[in-house]
Design a protein around this ligand. Sequence first.
Ligand code: FPP
Ligand code: MG
Length: 345
Amino acid sequence: MAVLTRTTHDRGSLAGMAQCDPELESRLRQGMAATEDRLRACVAQARHPFTAALADRVVMSGGKRLRPLMVLLGAEFGEPGRAGVVDAAMLVELVHAASLCHDDVMDQAGTRRGAPSINAVHGNRTAVLAGNWLLAKGGAIAAGLERESLLLHTRVTERLVEGQLRELAGPAPDAFHEDALAHYFAVISGKSASLISVSLRIGAVQAAAPDALVRALGTYGEHLGLAFQISDDLLDVTSDSSVSGKEQGKDLAAGVPSLPVLLALADQRPKARKLRELLTSGRPATARQHRRLLSLLRSSDAMTDARAMMHDRLGLARAALADLPAGPARSVLDEICDFVARRDR
Ligand code: FPP
Ligand code: MG
């Protein structure tokens, strides 16, 4: 049976991901359902109906709920029934939702999870405030958790902002010789891996798991988060939009320096010349040029190399699992690595 069921507008369902132990599955299902109820209550309790409507739009519009699941799985390495575990699951989803509100402003995104984004409907100022409200609610929840969880919350917020700032700034100027790939990994470590890693750690902390296990879960999460972001980059090039629900090559068309693009730009081999020229000659002006670029990138060595980098990270994530006790929860974490390697949406 699957660990997760689909949420209403979910585009990246983890359904079918893990065949897991029935008792673990039942605990995870209960935990996810409780998290969902608490999230719904949290947004409904906003003092002003407009705030509630905004929060509802971003929090209850679906999504994979990957981070709450990570909290619950982290808690499996301690006492999963302890108070605060579901709060922590709710907290990480609120932080994630807050970051998406702000990210959509920065990206001028018209849609989020298949629906018009808050910034598209109500403007940037409202979207920034909606994100701030969600972050404030997260802060209030974190204040009621273990001190270590509160520190994890503040630190991850800082890392999300730093990752986003580094992306905005681009690689450091020549004098500092920041390599484009090093910059890419610094960015995705901050904006993607940090919250996945903290989700696992905070779940384990709330469940009073031993420190060594909290650390191993954090290491697993950092590598898994990097692999997850690389898989996103790969999907932008390979995905069938009817399956993924995303426009094919959207990041490529927008000039986003994804991992395959960075690797293609650095590839000096003669067979990579045409692709490199197209990538450096500005954004494709016509749909035909876009299709050509997409097709060249899809069959490039850069894609093979990016895929290999994703598998390297998944290997490191799996290696970190060796420091955790064997059992159904560890098996699910292992299966999540397979899921990331195989995902098509
Ligand atoms: C999505 O990246 C962006 C993030 C997951 C992180 C965004 C972080 C901030 C805006 C910093 C502020 C943080 C808080 C907590 C308020 P993407 O644009 O590559 O992905 P997308 O395709 O989902 O938009
Ligand atoms: Mg974005």
